[in-house]
Write a protein that binds this ligand. Structure first.
Ligand SMILES: [Zn+2]
Length: 279
């Protein structure tokens, strides 16, 4: 298994160039949950010629590309589908760390493509049935030519530091005691840097400077691209916007509250802070 992991390389594609036979990876969703073969301790994505072997009939399926010469497909099943024996449907968050990393990242991609395919069956301009383009991940309307692409919503997420302290906030929707770095969706016409300044000012009332790119993460809940930054406090008093933020504060590396799990880039930012202050 480990040797195989070294060589795994995913090559995205909209169609498969040659007629391939042999087993394919199937990233199959019912009601936003992925079909996995139960294993102990890890779980597996089905690797087989077709879904009929499991007695499953997808509503739609899409080509994702190839992984080590194995075709990869995504597919959508009716939401009420019962999993075959030995399989179950699982939310992606639960599968982080249980699925192989490469397969997990393909599953993240698959979930967004399945959802886009499902919600763009008809033209958003004139209502005609769309069709998929051959050479691009796009759908075109045969009547009016309107073309749509998988929707991605960019959001910034920011670690604001003040000396040896990190700004963390508890959103109203978070469980009690749970804090994270601030995040918000980019508005039309806004640069990422403008969005960082606006979000921090709106949510907690402070100004930031020295905004630096940190990294990014595809976040399929439902179709975000999280773009992470670090920034330094530049002035103002912490005044949480009570409609969104229940509480906010400055935390030292040794007295952090309950924070997000490893799956998220929020946690990578928090870990970066702890490591950079831990010298
Ligand atoms: Zn149209």
């Amino acid at each position: 298994m480990n040797e195989e992991k070294q060589s795994m390389s995913f090559d995205p594609a909209v169609k498969l160039t040659s007629r391939r036979s042999g087993p394919a990876y199937w990233f199959v969703f019912a009601d936003e949950r992925l079909l996995v073969r139960e294993g102990n301790p890890s779980v597996q994505v089905p690797l087989m010629e077709n879904l009929a072997l499991l007695g499953l009939e997808p509503i739609r399926q899409q080509v994702l590309g190839t992984l080590d010469q194995h075709p990869c497909y995504s597919a959508e099943l009716p939401p009420e589908t019962t999993p075959p024996a030995g399989f179950s449907f699982q939310g992606l968050r639960r599968l982080f760390g249980l699925l192989d990393e490469e397969l997990f990242s393909i599953a993240v991609r698959a979930k967004q493509i399945v959802s886009w395919d499902q919600t763009h069956q008809y033209c958003g301009r004139c209502g005609t049935k769309t069709r998929g383009m051959d050479d691009e991940r796009a759908k075109v309307c045969p009547a009016c030519g309107f073309t749509s692409f998988p929707r991605i919503a960019p959001a910034v997420i920011v670690a604001v530091t003040r000396g040896d302290e990190l700004l963390l906030a508890r959103a109203q929707r978070f469980p009690k005691g749970f804090y994270s770095v601030l995040a918000g969706f980019v508005e039309a016409g806004e640069t990422l840097e403008e969005c960082v300044r606006r979000e921090i000012r709106e949510e907690v009332g402070v100004d930031v400077e020295n905004i630096r790119y940190f990294g990014s993460q595809s976040w399929p809940f439902p179709h975000s691209l999280m773009i992470a930054f670090t920034a330094e406090y530049a002035g103002g008093e912490l005044r949480p916007d009570s409609s969104e933020i229940a509480d906010a504060g400055w935390f030292g590396p040794d007295r952090l509250p309950w924070v997000p799990e490893k799956i998220s880039i929020a946690r990578s930012l928090i870990d970066w802070f702890v490591e950079s202050r831990d010298q």
